[in-house]
Design a binder for this molecule. Structure first.
Ligand SMILES: [Cu+2]
Length: 156
């Protein structure tokens, strides 16, 4: 019986890995009282080409994929329309000053040392959806490289 349980655990770990998207070094910037939005940052690597379609968090009313870009000397932030392309095997970095996830309409301040639940929705090259559920550490600045967080689940 114990062996059976072990096999089941191994099988589910493989399933989580097999969906092929790995998130590393994820964090959310801490907020000060009164601040209603903040950014979430991470490195996302898809084994096969995929698209980050959307993100959501119970801590925020709205979560969007954003891009910051220097346009004619002015830093501009806009929502990424149609999702963020994840080329096969290439780490796409979401970082301050570039792509990021914007958590808006925050329900309460995010304090350093706490965590924020975040769900990422992907589609693969043939349009099949899957999602990753993450717990992101809240920090005032980018923490050092941390372990892979892979609390992933197949959706369909
Ligand atoms: Cu933004």
């Amino acid at each position: 019986m114990k062996l059976l349980i072990l096999i089941t655990l191994l099988a589910s770990a493989c399933l989580a890995h097999a969906q092929g998207v790995v998130v590393q070094d994820a964090w959310v910037r801490a907020t000060v009282p009164g601040q209603r939005s903040t950014g979430a940052f991470m490195k996302i690597t898809a084994h096969d080409r995929a698209t980050l379609v959307s993100a959501s968090s119970a801590s925020a009313g709205v979560t969007q994929v954003h891009e910051m870009k220097l346009e004619a000397g002015v830093m501009k932030m806009r929502a990424v329309i149609g999702g963020l392309d994840l080329p096969a095997g290439l780490a796409v970095e979401l970082k301050p000053g570039g792509y990021h996830l914007m958590l808006m309409d925050l329900k309460s301040p995010l304090e350093e040392g706490t965590t924020v639940a975040l769900t990422l929705q992907f589609t693969n090259a043939v349009g099949q959806p899957n999602k990753l559920e993450l717990q992101l550490p809240v920090s005032k600045s980018a923490p050092g490289a941390s372990a892979v967080m892979d609390h992933s689940q197949h959706k369909s």
